[in-house]
Design a protein around this ligand. Structure first.
Ligand SMILES: Nc1ncnc2c1ncn2[C@@H]1O[C@H](COP(=O)(O)OP(=O)(O)O)[C@@H](O)[C@H]1O
Ligand SMILES: C[C@@](O)(CCOP(=O)(O)O)CC(=O)O
Ligand SMILES: [Mg+2]
Length: 402
């Protein structure tokens, strides 16, 4: 019985959230915090999901799950989301009052509908996910979930090694994972830009613009950030829809703001490509761009009093912060310049934690999606009992799409 672990990182958007939905350029990197998944075939035709982070445990008979006729474009996803299937699955899972659980379950069954072979559908499988990422806090938990899901179902159903994809390059396989993860993000978010699933699949730090080739930004690995989770919950779908409303009401005001956000990533790229630029000058300029980007996001209506609190506390100590991700709560990032002492970092953390916020120091970059074949099945209880250190241990021979 095939059993696999899959894993994918969260992300932090440094510049360009929301504007990226309107085809502006954004800058983002993968995080050290990841989601991990166990997928394994069964024999009784059941599909059992365990998602402790959204308190969902369910078992369905595979034969009861609505599926659609095979589509022609194998192995790629259809170019538009099948809203009729999403509606059918939403009714089927019957969790609409719990949006977190409903979105996670429908995204799984949506990919199942397209990717499961008749053989896997009739044998069934267990699909469990646990994450180190806070859910709904702007660090791309939905994308890391979606990338695990796409990797797992492509692998379990043999699509990564089928007669069509045999001989594909790693880059082509990675693109396939990314395209299916984007489908799952669409089910969860409505209208995602694709930046989160792309960073989660590829890893590293990149400049991203919809429909264009990704530009890697290697210099970013040296930057240090403090991430602060305000613990105020919000949904990306709602924040993105609110910006859309503002945009449609005042296009002549909002479009120049989105263009200005685009120019922040362009300026950031210029900063990193200036040969011999003094590091402290670079970090000061980077901090100024952080400030300007937050101001523009506030004008788009996606800040929140708790995010302003993070900015106020960090600026008292001379540090620059901005919201990251969809805003409306969730996380802020604070740039830690090289000249900031460990005592200062400890002080700012103390002040932020005194407000009830949770702080994490991090760097960006690192592995994207990974897969590991297990030699023997693992119980779901055992999988869920393991921590990050277990999954990262060198004895586990992860393969990354790199
Ligand atoms: N560990 C997880 N298990 C199951 N579902 C998850 C998990 N992490 C994220 N999700 C899905 O992603 C949604 C959160 O996505 P979103 O609002 O975009 O926030 P984020 O900024 O964390 O990506 C959840 O409602 C859930 O459907
Ligand atoms: C606001 C947005 O730019 C990023 C959302 O990120 P998150 O789901 O809040 O982690 C939306 C998108 O790019 O799809
Ligand atoms: Mg998300």
């Amino acid at each position: 019985m095939p059993s696999y672990f899959t894993s994918a990182p969260g992300k932090v958007i440094l510049f360009g959230e929301h504007a990226v939905v309107y085809s502006k350029v954004a800058t983002a990197g993968s995080l050290g915090l990841r989601s991990y998944n166990l997928v394994q075939e069964r024999t009784d035709g059941a599909i059992e999901v365990n998602f402790p982070d959204v308190q969902l445990v369910r078992t369905w008979r595979s034969s009861d799950i609505p599926r659609q006729a095979r589509w022609e474009g194998y192995p790629y996803p259809p170019s538009t989301m099948n809203t009729e299937l999403v509606d059918q699955l939403t009714k089927f899972v019957d969790l609409a009052e719990h949006t977190n659980r409903s979105h996670a379950a429908v995204a799984l069954l949506y990919l199942h509908s397209y990717l499961s072979t008749d053989e896997i559908a009739s044998s069934g499988y267990d699909f469990s996910v646990r994450s180190d990422l806070p859910v709904g806090a702007g660090l791309g938990s939905s994308a890391s979930y979606s990338v695990c899901l796409a990797t797992a179902l492509l692998q379990l159903n043999g699509h990564l090694s089928s007669s069509i994809t045999a001989g594909w390059t790693v880059a082509e396989q990675r693109d396939l994972v990314n395209q299916w993860a984007f489908q799952a993000e669409k089910v969860i978010h409505g209208n995602p830009s694709g930046i989160d699933n792309t960073v989660s699949t590829l890893g590293g730090a990149v400049m991203f613009k919809k429909g264009e080739k990704i530009k890697p930004l290697p210099g970013f690995q040296s930057l240090r950030f403090l991430l602060t989770n305000t613990r105020v919950p919000r949904e990306t779908q709602v924040q993105v829809a609110n910006v859309r409303k503002l945009h449609d009401k005042f296009p002549n005001i909002v479009n120049p703001m989105l263009d200005a956000i685009h120019e922040i990533s362009v300026s950031c790229e210029e900063l990193f490509s200036q040969p011999g630029l003094d590091r402290s000058h670079l970090l000061t300029r980077f901090g100024e761009l952080v400030d300007v980007n937050h101001g523009l996001l506030t004008a788009l209506g996606v800040s929140h009093p708790v995010l302003e609190k993070v900015r106020e506390i960090s600026s008292r100590i001379g540090l620059k912060s901005k919201l990251t991700g969809a805003g409306g709560g969730g996380c802020a990032l604070t740039l830690i310049r090289d000249d900031v002492s460990p005592e200062t970092v400890a002080e700012v953390k103390r002040l932020l934690e005194a407000e009830g916020f949770q702080c994490m120091e991090t760097q960006v970059g690192g592995h994207g999606a990974g897969i590991l074949t297990l030699e023997q099945p693992m119980s779901i209880e055992e999988f869920l009992s393991h921590d990050k250190a277990y999954f990262e241990a060198a004895t586990h021979n992860w393969t990354y799409f790199e």
